[in-house]
Design a binder for this molecule. Sequence first.
Ligand code: ATP
Length: 327
Amino acid sequence: MESNIKSVGILTSGGDAPGMNAAIRAVARAGIFNSMKVYGIYRGYKGLISDEIEEFKTNSVSNIIQQGGTILKTARSAEFMTEEGRRIAYENMRKHGIEALVVIGGDGSLTGAGIFAGEYNIPVVGLPGTIDNDLSGTDTTIGYDTALNTIMKAMDKIRDTATSHERLFFVEVMGRNCGYLALNSAIASGAEAAIIPEISIEKDQLGELIEQGFRKSKSSSMVLVTESDVIGGAMKLAERVKTEYPQYDVRVSILGHLQRGGSPTAQDRILASRMGIAAIQALMENQRNVMIGIRENEIVYVPFKRAIKKDREISEEMLSVLRISSI
Ligand code: ATP
């Protein structure tokens, strides 16, 4: 199909996620395959405003599918949140003849993309690039599977020391206000529990956990905790245990930024490749303001407004898997 769109810009924005490079590669190759000019925009919206834009050829994205991070760099841009910033960004797009954008990022990046597209009537398609898996309308996001595997490997190591010292460990993982990473890595690593924001709103998970009592025969206990204002983080929970339940020898491990790095898993590379190619396909079908999602292994188009809704519910079935498997 011959597309009306002759040129497309790609940028990565917000927090980096493993698999962003695989997505950049797929978008660039699919654009060129469909006779478009492809431009790499460096440092997200910041680079769109400061005109850090370069034309990509097929070999501009060679040898990157296996690399973590993003070759386009990423940044946060306060200027893009202003009308004046977005005007400059639009002028730069015009200057280079860029007709459409593919934005790879999280909910903030997609929110900005929607506003920009509305103001200037530009076709914009988003790809969900975030380890948090906190976007609605898609089963998973680029980077989530890699982060899950990274956490699982770290947990296996922490278990060795937790068992040797018969300790209770709180391990804090990313996710902001979304407990998917904590819940699924708790299941994958055989942890005793996950303390996640979705549940903390309703009840005191720590109190309940301690009152139930960890199984006596267990020589160690590991609890995954989502970094979140709702919970207050693993440190706060450990402080509470020290004062309220001094019988536990408690330690904290905050995994931090190591969760964002590393070579993407096969699953993330394949997901990013499929989504990247689907983004160009969507532009050719005159789709606008949609994020590419995946539902039941099929590519779907999710309107930005729906994608950023923050109405993702935690699976009762997964909660029950963790509860039953950790008795
Ligand atoms: P992550 O979930 O990994 O943190 P993110 O995409 O949500 O990624 P944010 O820092 O929230 O990361 O947003 C990235 C950038 O998107 C911001 O720095 C800003 O330039 C742009 N952006 C976010 N919200 C808006 C908005 N309301 N209007 C315009 N631009 C926005």
